[in-house]
Design a binder for this molecule. Structure first.
Ligand code: AMP
Length: 178
């Protein structure tokens, strides 16, 4: 398993100064295009959550859709999407979160999560944790129960997991610096 995780790490490409100067973007497209490693990534998450009674996997736009939908299929769970404002066609609930400059929001369909459903929140990466914290707020607004937030990549030095307390935070790969 350690070797598998090392291979997943090597498949992630660092793009310095994208989308703006000073940010090192973690590009997962080389990982996704490798069938064996994409499968390993999904299986690592599925193995951890298979026995946790997950009803719904909630994917955060947009890379969370890729990981989350594959994981939902593997778990036999439903899949629900959280999107940027104005993208969802039906009535929505909204939660805003702080960015480095200003704020942004996420939306979910108001009937996306049955009340008391057990929800696993998925994104490709946790940085400051603001995005996942907004997703937690949406699940709570809809009456769902958050099982955990899980990510392929955690930028540990940004301490995003502290924003998600007391919920479980799981990541396959951690980076202690950029
Ligand atoms: P945050 O709300 O700060 O935890 O940011 C997490 C969201 O922004 C996720 O949807 C990520 O896909 C994206 N993101 C933030 N930083 C990076 C990065 N360095 N590389 C790739 N994606 C990132």
């Amino acid at each position: 398993m350690d070797q598998e995780i090392a291979e997943i790490r090597r498949a992630i490409r660092d793009i310095p100064n994208f989308p703006k100067p000073g940010v090192v973007f973690k590009d997962i497209t080389p990982l996704l295009s490798n069938g064996r490693l994409f499968k390993s990534t999904i299986d690592l998450l599925a193995d951890r959550y298979r026995s946790k009674g997950v009803d719904i996997v909630l994917g955060i736009e947009s890379r969370g859709f890729i990981i989350g939908a594959a994981l939902a299929y593997r778990l036999g769970a439903g899949f629900c999407i959280v999107r940027k404002p104005g993208k969802l066609p039906y009535e929505t609930h909204s939660a805003s979160y702080e960015l480095e400059y200003g704020s942004d929001a996420l939306e979910v369909h108001r009937d996306a999560i049955p009340s008391h459903a057990r929800v696993l929140i998925i994104d490709d990466l946790i940085a400051t944790g603001g995005t996942a914290a907004a997703a937690i707020a949406l699940v709570s607004q809809l009456g769902g129960e958050v099982v955990a937030c899980a990510f392929v990549i955690e930028l540990s030095f940004l301490k995003g997991r502290e924003k998600l307390k007391p919920y479980e935070v799981f990541s396959i790969l951690q980076y202690d610096s950029e």
